[in-house]
Write a protein that binds this ligand. Sequence first.
Ligand code: G1P
Length: 295
Amino acid sequence: MVNKAVLPVAGWGTRFLPATKAIPKEMFPIIDKPVIQFIVEELISAGIEDLVFVTGRHKKPLEHHFDISPDLEVHLEQNSKDEVLKSIREISHMINPIYVKQKEQLGLGHAILTACPAVGNEPFVVALGDVILERGSENLKAMLDIFSRFKNTVVALFEVDYEETHKYGIAKVKEIDKNVYLVEDLVEKPKPEEAPSNLAAVGRYIFTPSIFETLEKIKPGKGGEYQLTDAMKLLLEKEPIYAYKVEGKVYDTGNPLDYLKTVIEFALKREDIGEELERFLLDILSKRSQQLNIS
Ligand code: G1P
């Protein structure tokens, strides 16, 4: 039975500086809900409620988000804002968080190792704080089923264009069932010509505690950081790793362009603002193409 998840959220968010100087990128809003809340809701719907956040000094807003907010609640109560009050209360009762501090940002592998004392000797999910999956909890439940079948590491994959392999951990796999694979090799952020496939790690994993032993052994890898992918590659020498190809869309919010695309897609689906936003977008796009035709 898997009850715990580790959410590594200590990164600098360098791709979004200066915005991330004081605000964690995981707190960036998809209209009115921070990215991290989507991920927490996915975990809760899949039955994972003990959440270990690996944070850093600049991540206090994230802790505040999941804390109670007495003054705000009184204000909303006095102004009869019942619906929003309900949602604010839900957020603070959503989880029992454990915050672990990663004092130096030495990479994803190092962040997961920092969570070891809080995880203990049990299997756990890792959910990265900047990827939203359209069918998040369904995919995670499917991964949990694979884990209970094989009792070994499971990594979630999705197909990317070859030009994008340099952004992800890429797996070489052999299919053993529909959407279920045995991993044969892993490479962190390879160039397209060096990529063993176009199946990328999407930021959801289920590990047994044996990952901690391999995390202790690895040396700094790509970008001089301790890479989770390198620890998994080492783990492959000892035990099998399974993979699951996720269903539905993947929204990467970890860089400005993809973040913006995510916000627009989510906004277009909203009943309250979707139609007006669509009209606005069509209008500016048609004006732009008219200008381009004139010049
Ligand atoms: C991390 C991992 C990479 C994975 C990616 C998913 O990279 O190192 O293997 O494919 O997350 O988003 P990052 O995006 O933190 O650079």
